[in-house]
Design a protein around this ligand. Structure first.
Ligand code: SF4
Ligand code: SF4
Ligand code: FES
Length: 267
């Protein structure tokens, strides 16, 4: 990373409040920084400036703030954090658009995942849940499985939207039923969440992926599964990809009901 000093185009400053936490067990604290910014600056560039100039507004030396990022174009989801109380990606959050009336912006880690350090959280639970529902298309191994079934072009548009999920975690942060669980041994029985159910819908719609439909539906019918959704619909409001999560929840609810009936009848 190239740590910038004051950007050449910087003409204004912003007061940035950051929730800091040195280790997963440490007590969180707030620190404030006065940061110069130029046109087009985003939250990541502000964090880079703080990394190069780790001094609070009170003049105290501190450590650089830790954060995650990857693509810098709202595709990987790794830079997700709570900005001014709302979960979103920090790479697409332009400073000029997010300064609050009091001249500040606030940055916090997501609250539904364990904090690793500062703004970095451990999203492994989300990826474990994707494995739990077999969110993949079975492909050839060391031998050919032959020609796969043809895809239905009529569902391509729907599948495309579902496939844009970047596992950012926004929908889980906003969900009142999805609670922080630090104990990884409990992730198998904790709420799976809208992101996973939407991926079940995607892979059950895909012709080759559909061969694992029953396994996926069995996984979402267990503890923490689709029946535990409270239907508050907070998830759909915060998805940066505008994925129709409530439609996915309804569809997977329907599929799991049919699966339940078939299982009852011995199918
Ligand atoms: S609709 Fe279900 S998954 Fe979405 S926020 Fe509400 S409880 Fe969570
Ligand atoms: S469904 Fe939307 S909010 Fe949830 S993880 Fe995927 S992209 Fe993020
Ligand atoms: S860095 Fe990838 S979404 Fe922001």
């Amino acid at each position: 990373m190239v740590a910038p000093s004051t950007p050449a185009s910087a003409s204004k400053t912003v007061r940035v409040r950051v929730k800091r936490q040195d280790t997963p067990q440490a007590v969180a604290r707030w620190e404030e920084f006065q940061v110069p910014y130029g046109e087009g600056a985003n939250v990541i560039s502000v964090l880079q400036w703080i990394a190069a100039n780790p001094k609070t507004v009170a003049g105290a030396a501190t450590t650089p703030v830790a954060w995650d990022s990857g693509c810098l174009e709202e595709v990987c989801g790794s830079c997700t954090m709570v900005i001014n109380g709302r979960v979103r990606q920090s790479c697409s959050a332009l400073i000029a658009n997010i300064i609050q009336d009091d001249g500040t912006i606030s940055l916090e880690p997501m609250s539904t995942f364990p904090v690793v350090r500062d703004l970095c959280v451990d999203r492994q639970r989300m990826f474990d849940n994707l494995a739990r529902v077999k969110a993949w298309v079975p492909i050839d191994g060391t031998w050919s499985l032959g020609r796969g079934p043809l895809e239905n072009p009529a569902t391509a548009e729907t599948r495309y939207v579902l496939s844009t999920c970047m596992s950012c975690g926004c929908c889980l942060e906003a969900c009142p039923q999805f609670e922080l669980e630090e104990d990884a041994s409990k992730w198998d029985t904790s709420l799976q969440g809208a992101q996973v159910w939407s991926q079940v819908r995607l892979f059950n719609m895909q012709a080759t992926g559909a061969t694992l439909s029953n396994d996926r539906l069995d996984a979402v019918m267990g503890q923490g599964g689709i029946a535990d959704c409270g239907n508050s619909q907070n998830c759909v409001k915060v998805c940066p990809k505008e994925i129709p999560l409530t439609e996915s929840i309804a569809e997977i609810g329907r599929q799991s009901t049919i699966r339940g009936i078939k299982r009852y009848l011995g199918g």
